[in-house]
Design a protein around this ligand. Structure first.
Ligand SMILES: [Zn+2]
Length: 78
């Protein structure tokens, strides 16, 4: 069974209805525009353990939601 996400508007839905998304933080020390684009595209933090993520309900209400997920266990915490 795939991971389920509880949308506050639509209820519990399969993860396939959502897309992960977040505006990545680019360090202020990077001033070169090309370097900032590379950092934004490829230098993802990918933390291990509990993290707060933003997900967009593409095939539902088309709203953003935040959730806590344990990336090590691939489990939604709340
Ligand atoms: Zn929804």
């Amino acid at each position: 069974m795939s991971l389920q996400i509880t949308c506050p508007h639509c209820g519990t839905r399969p993860i396939e209805e959502f897309t992960y998304g977040e505006i990545p933080h680019v360090p202020e020390t990077l001033t070169d525009l090309d370097a900032r684009d590379v950092d934004r595209a490829f230098m993802l933090a990918n933390p291990e353990g509990e993290t707060t993520e933003a997900w967009f309900h593409v095939y539902g209400c088309r709203r953003w939601l935040k959730l806590k997920r344990d990336t090590k266990l691939d489990r939604i915490v709340e």
